[in-house]
Design a binder for this molecule. Sequence first.
Ligand code: C2E
Ligand code: MG
Ligand code: MG
Ligand code: MG
Length: 288
Amino acid sequence: EAKSAGRSQIRYFNNEMRKKLKQQADIENDLQNGIKNGEFELYYQPIFTLARPRVVSFESLVRWHHPKNGLVTPDDFIPIAEQTGQIIELDLHLLELAAKQVAQWQSIGISDISLTVNVSSRHFASLEFVDQIANLYRAYDLHQGALSLEITESGLIENLNLATKVIHGLSPFGVKLYLDDFGTGYSALGYLHQLPIHILKIDKSFIQQLTDQDNPLVDAILSLAKSLDLEVVAEGIETAKQFQTLSGKACQYGQGFLISHPLQADQALAFLQSEQVKFTTKDISNKV
Ligand code: C2E
Ligand code: MG
Ligand code: MG
Ligand code: MG
């Protein structure tokens, strides 16, 4: 009895394993074709100042128009691309899409908007990345600060010296470094002051806890940022209450569904052209 139950469990486990491996192999294969066939599209989510809600930049977030599976969100393929190493090629492809977008906006007179692009920390293990970014700035005649980068901290700390050189190599282009998902997972606080980053993004899990109570962790992160002379973006602002609570604190920027979901390029442009009028602090407080 027990033995056969064990066997069937092993068989179940093996089937599940096989299915998972097959899925990963498919994605690996499909990613390659997807880049070649232009199946990836960037969506853009506004990042705004909290003091007086104004859009200052957009975060680019990738979506995959998969020929069989429809619209696929990044959590379903970025981790796999990280494992297979394809993230390098994918990120470079998406950086080029972002560069093209900024160039297109520049060409119609929108010259002060910047995009932040999520990239793997793997790029910071080689100075080649500096040349790749420099080439984009040249090829698309981008204004200083047109592109900035979002990274998570774990990969940077593994090779702090080299990462520091890469980040310094990028600074002539006005590329700012955002530390994404701050406060989640493994935070090596001891290294934070050594990282040449500019902006912290407080992870949305902390912002979502800002309901009727304050979240002492948010205050702690804000005071840490202040003492390290870093600016802060609060991610995942969904309610007017969260917005208001944050506005009273030393948090410069916000992002979240309350103001806007990630938008396709044409919608992002329309948002940019209309929002500066629409969002006043008063509108927000009326919603509470
Ligand atoms: P992230 O960089 O931390 O991006 C924030 C995620 O939160 C996005 O999910 C965004 O759509 C979502 N979000 C924004 N506002 C709200 C809100 O108010 N409430 C909630 N619940 N969620 C909100 P998305 O687009 O699914 O991206 C997931 C992750 O995939 C990103 O996390 C980033 O780590 C990665 N990613 C996205 N695009 C790229 C890319 O082009 N390259 C790379 N390497 N990674 C990417
Ligand atoms: Mg991000
Ligand atoms: Mg994040
Ligand atoms: Mg993330």
